[in-house]
Write a protein that binds this ligand. Structure first.
Ligand code: PMP
Length: 325
């Protein structure tokens, strides 16, 4: 018998799926880690679980304590599920530029959602800083702090990285990942490099982010944006990303991402979110650069359902000057 015990036990162990068209076009194996199959629906279930466990282990989070986070959505969704399973109230601060679907899901899951104006990180009213201040004022409460709490990258070092290693039989040549907090890229890259020093690790960046510049020049300078992608891109180097063994970066435009997301939907039946489209575009670029015969792994971060009113809404795309055809 193989029975999964509960919500937490259902996190991770996701399939590694071959993207057939991209593989054929590049002569490489383009493989995607099916994070949309996590029980909360995204890659962030892993970080949410590791962060809650860390706060439990340290004693900072006691029975009935409140978990607070500032999140673009998916971390909040993962936390809300785990909080319900463990009896913790959950308070989520979210910038007001995110898809309404994510707000609705969080409310359905019972989280208290505080949508706040979108302002830069340096502003004291930034959603992450508001979350930190609110948590600091609670007697029994913690700030998950996914950006700078390295339990996030540890989740990927301890789970995602080893899974990719096993699933490819050690045959992975490159790992490509977009970055929001950097937990995924930093954790997986660190694990894979320890096993195989010449694994190529590549940061896939959206426009309106400073991370392409950070990897290629050492200085975090914002590129021209904004981007319609959600959950990725950053103006700063977080504690999770800091020191990560990253070899290279690829920049992907919204139109390149949109074209690929719709192609995968029509041609192969995949219904992916924007960061997944961006990851796959970048993975194909890396594959072309490396030449045929290589195995390139990336993340299928979440599904398209949460982006119905935006990425999968033709009128909304047209307003942004983007063409799905
Ligand atoms: N894709 C999606 C859809 C996300 O929500 C996130 C996290 N914000 C990422 C990618 C990036 O993952 P990480 O935070 O580990 O860099």
């Amino acid at each position: 018998m193989h029975i999964t015990a509960d919500f937490a036990a259902a996190v991770g162990k996701t399939p590694l799926i071959r993207l057939n068209r991209l593989s054929e076009e590049t002569g490489c194996e383009i493989l995607g880690k099916a994070e949309f199959m996590n029980p909360g629906g995204s890659v962030k279930d892993r970080a949410a679980l590791w962060i809650v466990r860390e706060h439990e282990k340290s004693g900072a989070l006691q029975t009935g304590g409140t978990v607070v986070e500032g999140t673009a959505g998916n971390t909040g969704i993962g936390l809300a599920h785990i909080c319900n399973a463990r009896g913790y109230p959950c308070v989520i601060y979210m910038p007001d530029n995110q898809s309404p679907e994510k707000v609705e899901i969080l409310k359905t899951l019972g989280a208290e959602v505080r949508v706040v104006p979108t302002v830069p990180y340096r502003d004291e009213m930034n959603y992450q800083k508001q979350a930190g201040r609110f948590a600091a004022g609670l007697d029994n409460g913690v700030w998950a702090n996914q950006f700078d709490n390295t339990a996030n990258r540890l989740a990927h070092y301890e789970s995602t990285g080893p899974e990719i290693w096993r699933q490819t039989g050690g045959g992975v040549d490159a790992f490509v990942s977009s970055v929001g907090t950097g937990g995924t890229l930093a954790g997986v890259a660190a694990f894979l490099k320890e096993r195989k020093a010449d694994v190529r690790t590549v940061l896939a960046d959206c426009m309106g982010s400073a991370l392409y510049s950070y990897v290629t020049t050492g200085e975090a300078v914002m590129s021209e944006g904004p981007s319609i992608t959600e959950g990725i891109g950053n103006s700063r180097v977080t504690d999770n990303l800091n020191g990560a063994p990253v070899d290279d970066a690829v920049q992907v435009t919204d139109q390149q991402m949109v074209t690929l997301v719709y192609r995968l939907l029509r041609e192969e039946g995949w219904f992916f979110g924007s960061s997944t489209g961006l990851n796959l575009y970048a993975a194909a670029e890396v594959a072309k650069d490396m030449g045929p015969g290589h195995t390139v792994v990336t993340m299928l971060c979440d599904g398209g359902g949460k982006y119905q009113s935006r990425l999968f809404n033709r009128e909304w795309l047209a307003e942004k000057g983007l063409n799905p055809d």
